[in-house]
Design a protein around this ligand. Structure first.
Ligand code: GRF
Length: 220
């Protein structure tokens, strides 16, 4: 199978980028990272690229007069690398309508909550404060809202009584590293069907259900 050419957008640590690199290297993700774009010149993700010989480009949003100009530059780089799927991995910028229309249903994002609950920022803190008993993560296609696009895969984690924002974030991140490569592999295999808001997976593996990790309830 041809490897899916992807471009990864990052702003920070890049642990999701690392998980994609690891899954590609071990053969469970049939993709090739053609380019990584960071809007932050000191993102640790750039060191990960250097270590694995992945082309990386820094595009500082401050250097552009508005969001669309910045996005047009990103699109130029992504097209030059013949990217077929744009993968947002901890990319802390909102995309312009122009960019979203340039890559329709070709932009994936990962969010550390069970959407549509807790869109936006600091969502692990919000989940702990709200007192929800489960949270998790969501891989979805980007659309013109914030964290509103069609959902591809979700995974669930428990929220424990003594959780802090950090302990919950760590539990969720582990699941992010598992389901993001899985979602991209499904895209690479051409198995995702989108009808309105609903994304279904072609073939007989019940991937959506398999991605759910409801923990066994003990002590009842
Ligand atoms: C992840 O929790 C991701 O869901 C969110 O930002 C965090 C990025 O982590 N969008 P990393 O840069 O991949 O380590």
């Amino acid at each position: 199978m041809k490897k899916l050419p992807i471009g990864v957008l990052v702003s920070g640590s890049g642990s999701n980028l690392q998980s994609l690199i690891d899954h590609i290297e071990e053969g469970s993700l049939e993709a090739r990272i053609r380019v990584v774009i960071s809007n932050n010149p000191s993102a640790f993700a750039l060191e990960r690229c250097a270590k694995h010989g992945i082309p990386a480009v820094v595009i500082c949003h401050e250097d552009y007069p508005d969001r669309e100009c910045f996005d047009r530059r990103m699109a130029e780089v992504l097209h030059a690398h013949e990217v077929e799927l744009v993968v947002m991995a901890g990319f802390m910028r909102i995309l312009s309508t122009w960019f979203l229309r340039e890559f329709p249903l070709r932009i994936a994002n990962i969010h550390p909550a069970l959407l549509p609950a807790f869109p936006g920022l600091h969502v692990q803190r919000q989940a702990v404060r709200h007192g929800v008993k489960f949270s998790g993560c969501t891989v979805h296609f980007a659309d013109e809202g914030v964290d509103t696009g069609p959902i591809i895969i979700q995974a669930v984690v428990p929220v424990l009584d003594d959780d802090t924002e950090d302990t919950l974030a760590a539990r969720i991140l582990k699941e992010e590293h598992r389901i993001y490569p899985q979602a991209i592999q499904l895209f690479a295999e051409g198995r995702l069907r989108v009808e309105g808001r609903r994304v279904t997976v072609e073939g007989n593996r019940a991937t959506g259900a398999a991605a759910l990790h409801n923990p066994p309830l003990t002590g009842f």
